[in-house]
Write a protein that binds this ligand. Structure first.
Ligand SMILES: Cc1cc2nc3c(=O)[nH]c(=O)nc-3n(C[C@H](O)[C@H](O)[C@H](O)COP(=O)(O)O)c2cc1C
Ligand code: SF4
Ligand code: SF4
Length: 260
């Protein structure tokens, strides 16, 4: 079985690692890397997609990945969406629709509430609350592993999926293209290059030792959270705590580094 992941700040990578480790023969593969170097389908009987919710839906990179993926006809396909709060979402519905377009079914789909890394909107919860939320997330992932092991057919409900889908598609079609213009970089930048290394779509070029954002940003905020100097800002993020899942090392977030 193979678990494909996309992760900016480690939540989805942590979940993908737990699932791969909890299943016999579980392998991990990075979606951004696969999109750069597509590998032929190897006929896995079980295939997982683990990724964050972005603007109430599936990130564009994940949609593109699913559009290109060719699961084996009999493969069991599941999706796990990590998020801040799962109540408002359409990600599972979107993935099911993309799979249906190619005659495949989403067999199981789950949400895992973790810590929201969207700090332009709100400050992170305090450390104790973060710890509690992540412990609760691990418990939910253990239940998901049990369900996947039994090849359960469960798709968690998305009660408000139509408005969520509308917002998600408005963001993808109208707002995301403006993201690169919203980044600023302060004089604290040391020119270390980590932001460029971490970007899942090579959207950052170093020019005279400073990051320059190109025009195909996914707004994943990986660059902002990883910057050791905290010199990157996006909207109202000045002074807000940066985030990375405590069990994921910065180096693992570089495209494909956590594959196994
Ligand atoms: C652009 C963007 C939009 C987001 N939108 C939502 C959202 O609609 N609902 C939600 O619960 N969390 C939202 N989040 C928070 C992430 O889904 C959450 O922190 C996720 O677990 C991050 O996973 P990662 O660490 O693997 O990148 C958003 C984050 C980003 C960067
Ligand atoms: S990660 Fe931060 S310090 Fe390093 S080059 Fe990027 S902006 Fe500068
Ligand atoms: S530039 Fe930053 S926010 Fe945009 S895709 Fe790259 S890492 Fe993500």
């Amino acid at each position: 079985m193979i678990v494909y992941y996309y992760s900016a700040t480690g939540n989805s990578l942590h979940v993908a690692k737990m699932i791969a480790a909890g299943m016999p023969g579980g392998a991990l593969a990075s979606m951004p890397r696969w999109l750069e170097q597509p590998r032929p389908a190897t006929g896995e009987d079980c295939l997982g997609l683990v990724f964050p919710m972005h603007y109430f839906g599936a990130p564009p990179l994940v949609r593109k990945f699913v559009e290109k993926l060719e699961p084996a006809p009999a493969a069991y396909v599941f999706a796990v969406v990590t998020c801040g709060h799962h109540l408002l979402g359409s990600a599972l519905h979107q993935i099911a629709g993309l799979l249906q377009d190619k005659g495949k079914k989403l067999d199981a789909g789950f949400y895992v509430d973790m810590v929201s890394n969207y700090i332009p909107l709100a400050q992170l919860p305090p450390p104790g609350r973060r710890q509690d939320r992540l412990a609760g997330a691990d418990e939910k992932v253990r239940q998901i592993i049990g369900a996947i092991g039994n090849r359960a057919h469960i798709i968690e409900p998305e009660y408000f999926r139509w408005p969520c889908q509308a917002i998600s598609s408005y963001w993808r079609n109208n707002l995301i293209s403006r993201a690169p213009t919203r980044f600023t970089n302060s004089a604290d930048c040391t020119g270390c290059g980590l932001c460029a290394e971490i970007c899942p779509v090579e959207n950052i070029r170093l020019e005279s030792g400073r990051p320059a954002w190109q025009n195909h940003c996914q707004e994943c905020l990986g660059c902002l959270h990883i910057c050791p100097a905290q010199s990157i800002n996006f909207g109202r993020t000045q002074g807000r705590t940066r985030y990375r899942h405590p069990e994921v090392a910065a180096a693992e977030l570089v495209r494909g580094k956590a594959e196994r």
